[in-house]
Structures are given as structure tokens and as C-alpha cells.
Design a protein around this ligand. Structure first.
Ligand code: HMG
Ligand code: MG
Length: 299
């Protein structure tokens, strides 16, 4: 019989690049997204319509969205923090989907979007209402779902409440972000047990940063709970501008390697993905942190 499919949301072009100090040329960003489309990703978070004063690396969002080659079966999402960002994104006419954001920690919310959780939910409501009117698909992020660099451990009940809130605002999926990668299998299990009381796990995706080397096992824990969507970043690119010391996302190559072995169909060409990761690391003069990529490259 045919294999069960697993959906990977490739977030490298946004989450992977946003923290990079040296500006990555727009042409390289465009080529990265095109190569990732060609690897077979059906969901790519391409850029962020955020303030260039806050995140200079994403200042070329308009050019990126105008220049990428669009694969008909791939959904291109952009990260949007407020109505101004959404309006700019809609002007491009190229956006399939937006990603909106809240966090389960007051201090992180303040540092990231400069307001309280409550204010951020009000902003979110304005954004989601306008997005729905314009028939855009909306994906919701919750950050610091396990721990926050400033406020410490997160209460899973708060994450469950925020997830319910995001569902009510029209998000088709909620991605749970362990922003600083502190969670391991125990805390991930507890979190998912709590969240599943409010939101069906079919609507949940997981987004692990690999700071403590736990991201891959955390995805497996999520799979065992029934989750079939995870975010990852080619070559493990990334880091969070408002979470010192946090490393990149789980590397897409490592995720695909595991999913292939478990027996899922990801639709991703691993060999081409490894080549893509290696190429962008060369462009960025950065070490490729994907263990699978390094192993496959040395064969
Ligand atoms: P603010 O300074 O409080 O807002 O920033 P403001 O309304 O006073 O605007 C300041 C200036 O930015 C103004 O320009 C606005 O026009 C402009 P000025 O008048 O000074 O010339 N501006 C914009 N420009 C372009 N696009 C916009 C926009 N909005 C305002 N959309 C704001 C508030 C939300 C704008 C700011 O804090 C911001 O852009 N934050 C984004 C931060 C960000 O992108 N963080 C990273 C993503 S979160 C993440 O990585 C976690 C995740 O991966 C999951 C996980 O791992 O947990 C998703
Ligand atoms: Mg992230």
C-alpha cells in the first residue's frame, strides 16, 4: 500500500535568514526559494513583511516575492506582524498564505513585536479579519511554547488557550514553536497532551529549534502523538534575533532522512536538498549544521 504522507514546512528563507547579520543578496534568496521548490517542498515560508528597522535582512520582501519562480503545487507563505505588513503583502499579489504570530511569554512578545500578549492578540484579530476577507490562508505561530529566554518555563495551559484563540481567528493550522530549543520528549509530550484538549492535533504543527540537540527526537514524539506536519530549515539555518544563543531550526535534511527511514512519503528529493543546503552555506560562508547533509556529502 502507499506510504502515509508527512508535510514539511520549509522555513529556511524566513526563519533561517532573518537573524543573519550579513545581508544575503536578494538574487540568492530568490535562488534558494526556487531550489527548495525544485526539491519538492509544498510549503515554503519565503520572507517576512516586517519592519526593516527591526529585521533588516527581510527588507527585500517585495523583490523576493516578485522574483521567485512559482511552482503551482507549492504554497508560498509570508510572515506578517500587523495590518501594515498584510497590506504590503497583498499589494504584491503573490502571497498564497500568511503566517501570524503570538507568544506564550510577555517579555518575548514585548521584545519581538513590542507589545503585550493581549495587545498582540488584538492586532492578530485585525490581521486575520482582513486576511479572511481577502481569502488568504492563515497559519498561526505560538512561540516560546516550552520555555522563554526571559520568563523561564511556559505553562502548557497558556499555550492551549492561545492555540484555541488562534483557531477561532481562522488559522487553518497552529505551529508550536520551541523558539530556544529547550524542550525534550517529556515536555513535548506534556505540551501536546494539554494542547490536544483544546485543538485537534490534526491542526497542530511543530516547530523545533535545535539548540539542545533535541529537535529530531521531539518531532518523533509529536509523530507518536499523531502529528503529521513539522517545520524545518535547510542546513539548519537560523537563530532568533530576540533569543540570545538560540540556534537554527531542525535541519530539513535530518528530518527528511528520518522520515524516509520511518516510512513516510515527504515528496522531497534528499540528494537535491543536500546540494541546496551546501550551496546556501557556501553563499553565506556558514557551516552546514545538518549532520545528515555532512554525512551524505562525505560519501
Ligand atoms: P513598532 O516599532 O512598535 O511599530 O514595531 P510601529 O508601528 O511604531 O512602526 C515602527 C516603524 O516600522 C514605522 O516606520 C512603521 O511604518 C514601520 P517609521 O514611521 O518609523 O518610518 N512598520 C513597518 N514597516 C514594514 N512592514 C511592516 C511594518 N510595521 C511597521 N509590517 C513591529 C512593531 C511589529 C512592526 C515590529 O516589532 C516588527 O516588525 N517585528 C517583527 C519581528 C520579527 O520578525 N521577529 C521574528 C519572527 S518571530 C520568530 O522567529 C519565531 C517563530 O519562528 C516561531 C518560533 O521559533 O517560536 C515564528
Ligand atoms: Mg522559529
Amino acid at each position: 500500500h502507499s506510504k502515509e504522507s508527512f508535510r514539511i514546512v520549509e522555513v529556511g528563507p524566513r526563519d533561517g535568514l532573518q537573524n543573519e547579520k550579513n545581508f544575503v543578496p536578494t538574487a540568492s534568496k530568490v535562488e534558494l526559494i526556487n531550489r527548495l521548490s525544485n526539491c519538492g517542498f509544498k510549503a515554503i515560508e519565503a520572507t517576512a513583511y516586517v519592519s526593516p528597522k527591526w529585521i533588516p535582512q527581510m527588507a527585500d520582501h517585495e523583490q523576493v516575492m516578485a522574483q521567485i519562480q512559482r511552482y503551482p503545487s507549492t504554497s508560498y507563505a509570508v510572515f506578517v506582524p500587523n495590518v501594515a505588513g498584510l497590506q504590503n503583502a497583498m499589494k504584491s499579489g503573490k502571497v498564497d498564505e500568511i503566517a501570524v504570530f503570538c507568544a506564550a511569554s510577555e517579555t518575548f512578545t514585548k521584545k519581538n513585536v513590542n507589545c503585550t500578549i493581549e495587545e498582540s492578540l488584538k492586532r492578530l484579530k485585525e490581521v486575520t479579519e482582513l486576511a479572511q476577507k481577502n481569502r488568504l490562508r492563515i497559519r498561526g505561530y505560538i512561540s516560546t511554547v516550552i520555555g522563554c529566554p526571559y520568563d523561564g518555563k511556559t505553562d502548557p495551559k497558556l499555550v492551549a488557550k492561545l492555540a484555541e484563540n488562534l483557531m477561532n481567528l481562522g488559522c487553518y493550522e497552529i505551529s508550536l514553536g520551541d523558539t530556544i530549543g529547550v524542550g525534550s520528549v517529556g515536555s513535548v509530550n506534556s505540551l501536546l497532551d494539554e494542547v490536544s484538549k483544546s485543538v485537534p492535533l490534526e491542526k497542530i504543527a511543530v516547530h523545533f529549534h535545535d539548540t539542545y540537540g533535541q529537535a529530531l527526537s521531539n518531532v518523533l514524539a509529536a509523530i507518536n502523538k499523531g502529528i503529521r506536519t513539522a517545520d524545518s530549515s535547510v542546513a539548519g539555518l537560523g537563530g532568533c534575533p530576540y533569543a540570545k544563543g538560540a540556534t537554527g531550526n531542525l535541519a530539513s535534511e535530518d528530518l527528511v532522512y528520518m522520515l524516509n527511514d520511518v516510512g513516510f512519503d515527504t515528496g522531497i528529493d534528499l540528494e537535491q536538498l543536500v546540494e541546496t543546503g551546501n550551496w546556501i552555506c557556501t553563499i553565506m560562508d556558514r557551516k552546514n549544521v545538518s549532520r545528515s547533509a555532512n554525512a551524505l556529502l562525505s560519501l
